[in-house]
Ligand binder design. Structure first.
Ligand code: SF4
Length: 115
């Protein structure tokens, strides 16, 4: 598997391979790249940012408060597309606790007046 380390601006090109149950990473410029490459290979995760619509109009920007498995991202975005926020929130408020069992909460990254 080829990937790019995103742990710093260097963006090292990584090649991750598994042989006999041992995962190896080449191309990393430092130990963080090896850790990142192995995590990408075995359980890739991402912090997700998106927008939620207000029930009465407007949008609020949100993100997960931690990384979620990549295979949960589509479910989370589908949830977000159908969700309608019906109350005011402030930046940092938890809007939903682990929707679609993604393992992270959805928090506001902007204030929203609700109407
Ligand atoms: S491997 Fe190290 S130097 Fe390369 S992008 Fe990742 S953190 Fe930066």
């Amino acid at each position: 598997m080829n990937t790019t380390c995103i742990m710093c601006p260097m963006g090292c090109a990584l090649t991750v391979e598994e042989k006999g149950g041992v995962v190896t990473v080449v191309g990393n410029g430092c130990p963080r790249g090896e850790k990142y490459g192995k995590a990408e290979f075995s359980h890739p995760e991402r912090v997700v940012t998106t927008l939620l619509k207000g029930l009465y109009g407007g949008v609020v920007s949100v993100k997960t408060d931690g990384p979620i498995p990549k295979d949960k991202i589509a479910d989370l975005l589908a949830w977000a597309a159908s969700y309608r926020l019906d109350h005011a929130v402030k930046t940092g408020d938890v809007i939903a606790e682990s929707p679609v069992s993604c393992g992270a909460n959805v928090v506001a990254t902007s204030d929203f007046k609700g109407k």
